[in-house]
Design a protein around this ligand. Structure first.
Ligand SMILES: [Zn+2]
Length: 224
C-alpha cells in the first residue's frame, strides 16, 4: 500500500505535538515513523522537539537505513534502527512510536515489565508488556533486544530507556503508547495505595473466553 506522503508528514507532526503535550517526551526525545511503501519509511529528524516539527523536516529512508531524502540539517535519529527492525520483521506494521513517558519509563529504569493483570482493557489491548533488555543507544543492540517480542506483542518497555509501540496505522501505534503510559501510571498509583488487586484466574479465563485466547506468551497464566 502506498500512502499519501504529504498527509503522512502532517500526521506525524500532529502526533508529535500530542506526545509533547502529554509529556511523553522531553526536549528532543522520542521518534515516530510511518511506512509509506513496502521498503520506504518517513521518520522524524534528530535534534528537533516532537512538539515543534514541520512536515518538510521528515526524513525518507529505506529499510537498509539509506537516507533517500532529508532536508538540509535534518538527518534521521540514530534510534531509527529499532524502527527499521520492526518493519523488517513485521510486513503488516505501518507505524512505530518511541517515547519516554514518565511512568512507563520509571518501570523501564527499574527493570520491571508491566505484567500484573489488573484490568480487562489492558489485557484485551496488550496482554503483558514485556521488558526488552538494555542496549547501547545507536548500536544494533537495541534492535536485537526488541526482536524476540515483535511477533507476539505491540508494545514493550526498553530497559533503562523508554517504551516502543507499533501497529497497522499511526493513530493506533500512538494510542498504544497512551495506553502503555496509563497502565504504568495505574500500576504505580495502586502500588502506592497498598498494591493492585489482580484479576483472579477464573476472571482471566472468562475474559479470554470472550476475546479469544491470545498467543500463549501474551496471556497471563499463573499455572505456569
Ligand atoms: Zn529514546
Amino acid at each position: 500500500m502506498i500512502q499519501d506522503e504529504m498527509r503522512v508528514r502532517e500526521d506525524i507532526c500532529e502526533i508529535g505535538r500530542r506526545m509533547y503535550g502529554r509529556r511523553m517526551v522531553a526536549a528532543n526525545d522520542g521518534n515516530i515513523s510511518v511506512r509509506i511503501s513496502p521498503d520506504v519509511i518517513l521518520c522524524t529528524p534528530t535534534g528537533v522537539s516532537k512538539g515543534f516539527m514541520k512536515p518538510e523536516q521528515m526524513c525518507k529512508i529505506d529499510l537498509s537505513g539509506n537516507v533517500l531524502e532529508a532536508a538540509e540539517g535534518f538527518g534521521p535519529s540514530s534510534e531509527v534502527k529499532m524502527h527499521i527492525r520492526v518493519y523488517q520483521k513485521r510486513p503488516d506494521i505501518m507505524a512505530v512510536v518511541h517515547a519516554h513517558p514518565v511512568f512507563a519509563t520509571s518501570f523501564a529504569v527499574m527493570g520491571r515489565a508491566l505484567e500484573a493483570p489488573i484490568m480487562p482493557e489492558v489485557i484485551v489491548n496488550f496482554g503483558k508488556i514485556p521488558l526488552a533488555s538494555y542496549g547501547t543507544p545507536s548500536t544494533a543492540e537495541i534492535p536485537d533486544a526488541i526482536e524476540p517480542y515483535l511477533e507476539d506483542y505491540q508494545a514493550i518497555l526498553l530497559e533503562s530507556h523508554g517504551a516502543l509501540t507499533w501497529d497497522r496505522d499511526l493513530i493506533s501505534a500512538y494510542m498504544k503508547m497512551e495506553s502503555v503510559e496509563f497502565y504504568a501510571e495505574l500500576l504505580y498509583r495502586t502500588t502506592q495505595l497498598g498494591g493492585p488487586r489482580e484479576l483472579e484466574e477464573e476472571k482471566l479465563e472468562r475474559l479470554y473466553g470472550v476475546i479469544g485466547k491470545q498467543s500463549e506468551k501474551v496471556c497471563f497464566d499463573r499455572r505456569k
